[in-house]
Design a protein around this ligand. Structure first.
Ligand code: TYD
Length: 134
């Protein structure tokens, strides 16, 4: 049984070939949650670090649909990990209460599949406040 308290990589099906190109699809049955929102970020300058927050309830899946993204995660148990996303058929599940940062190469496009609607009250943007939740 998958542990939804930790980050993990998801490999989406990849159909096609190098002559025709590829398609990746995920039916909701194969996702850790039924998505309520999708957003994407792009043209992030290479010197900019995004993220720098955690969420009380939101779960997310990040996909580098183009380019390369370096994601760091930190859980309240102190476990820190670094993930490199650079394949369009690989996603990173980010659980609730997980501090994350992201850095992007110049052509990176990040798609985020989110479990909930946008709610600024669901964010913890202060790292010290995040650590206080231990
Ligand atoms: P944020 O989630 O902090 O971005 P990142 O994690 O990529 O650094 O969001 C950046 C800004 O965009 C913030 O001011 C809130 C706004 N925003 C919305 O209005 N709706 C959304 O669905 C999202 C994800 C962000």
């Amino acid at each position: 049984m998958r542990n939804f308290d930790e980050p993990f990589l998801i490999e989406f099906p990849k159909l096609g070939n190098s002559h025709l190109g590829y398609i990746s699809v995920s039916e909701k049955e194969n996702l850790p949650f039924v998505p309520k929102r999708i957003y994407w970020t792009y043209y992030t300058p290479e010197e900019v670090e995004r993220g720098g927050h955690s969420h009380y309830d939101l779960q997310q899946i990040l996909v580098a649909v183009a380019g390369k993204i370096i994601v760091t995660t930190e859980l309240l148990n102190g476990e820190k990990q670094e993930f490199i996303l650079e394949k369009p058929n690989i996603g990173l599940f980010i659980p609730k209460m997980c501090w994350r940062t992201m850095k992007y190469n110049h052509n990176a496009v990040q798609m985020c599949i989110a479990s909930l609607e946008y709610d600024e009250k669901d964010y913890i943007r202060d790292y010290e406040k995040f650590l206080e939740k231990k």
